[in-house]
Design a protein around this ligand. Structure first.
Ligand code: HSE
Length: 302
């Protein structure tokens, strides 16, 4: 078998009210170079992966084993080189990119016994929610559900002129910590607020109603509880629209904050605003304009 490369993108989950169900992918990547050989080698490369295991306990390799387990076949040996420019523990789906890349690579090594839907289901069950893994796999904007009957999704091409600006703080926040602060139960009023806004957001994204994003992105399920963990988040959610954002949300479990912008508008004023929020809160970080990735995970044979 010839060597191949798998490249999986970063993603931003939730987009406000679409908690655990809505996400989009962005062009920062985890890349695996897989060379079939007689023994297994796991080789993380680059400063971004310092501290990740150089052996079979690496998360990417464990993800490859999940593909083998679902297929009911042993995983063939290979050298697996791992590179990533997805910042770790920032709410940009670094673990989802690693998981999806690993499952897709495992499936490829096995001769592709799993359909894309099965790959998604394996990934969503492992992660516990599909909102990062679905866009990482399929690209674009994905609405997805996970329940005991399976993982179901609709992939949307992003509306014309829609792109994102992300503020990636220099500190890490683990998803488990950011999930631990959430209430266990919500009132019916909160549930109705969340599902109506998530439904409006999905509909607005599907027909390109960029004017509705700001309203539709309101959320009381997770962002208010996580705001104490992310200095400046509340300000950005309230004020970003005054500085050119079409809407704003905590990216996944944070601490990255995502703003939508219209590509026909200059984002300089949004950047100035986001830098001022960081300065006010004593934070450092990176502000970046990114298109929405429409490709998802790709496999290239060498
Ligand atoms: N929907 C998840 C959360 C995304 O907000 O906790 C993080 O993986």
């Amino acid at each position: 078998m010839t060597p191949f490369t798998v490249r999986a993108p970063a993603s931003s989950a939730n987009l406000g009210p679409g908690f655990d169900s809505l996400g989009l992918s962005v062009p920062l990547y985890t890349t695996l170079r897989v060379t079939p050989q007689g023994h297994t080698e796991v080789v993380p490369m680059g400063a971004g992966l310092d501290g990740t295991p150089h052996n079979e306990s690496n998360y990417v390799y464990k993800a490859m084993l999940l593909a083998a387990k679902r297929a009911g076949q042993p995983l063939p040996h290979a050298r697996i080189e791992i590179e990533s420019d997805v910042p770790l523990a920032r709410g940009l789906g670094s673990s989802a990119a690693a998981l999806v890349a690993g499952i897709v690579a495992g499936n490829e090594l096995l001769g592709n016994p799993l359909t894309p839907e099965a790959v998604l289901d394996v990934a969503a069950r492992e992660e516990g929610h599909p909102d990062n893994v679905a866009p990482a796999l399929f690209g674009g904007i994905v609405v997805a559900t996970l329940d005991k009957l399976g993982t179901h999704y609709v992939r949307l091409d992003p509306p014309a002129h829609l792109a994102v600006t992300v503020l990636i703080p220099d500190f890490e926040l683990s998803t488990s910590k950011a999930r631990a602060v959430l209430p266990k139960e919500y009132s019916r009023a909160d549930a109705v607020h969340a599902l109506s806004h998530a439904a409006l957001l999905a509909a607005a994204l599907s027909v390109g109603r960029l004017d509705l994003l700001r309203h539709a992105m309101q959320d009381y399920i997770h962002q208010i509880w996580r705001a104490p963990l992310v200095p400046g988040l509340s300000d950005i959610l309230e004020e970003a629209h005054k500085h050119g954002a079409l809407g704003a949300a905590l990216s996944g479990a944070g601490p990255t904050v995502l703003c939508f912008h219209d590509t026909r508008e200059d984002t300089a004023r949004l950047h100035t605003y986001l830098h001022s929020v960081m300065a006010k809160n004593g934070l450092t970080g990176t502000v970046l304009d990114l298109p929405i990735d429409v490709v998802g995970t790709v496999i290239e044979r060498h």
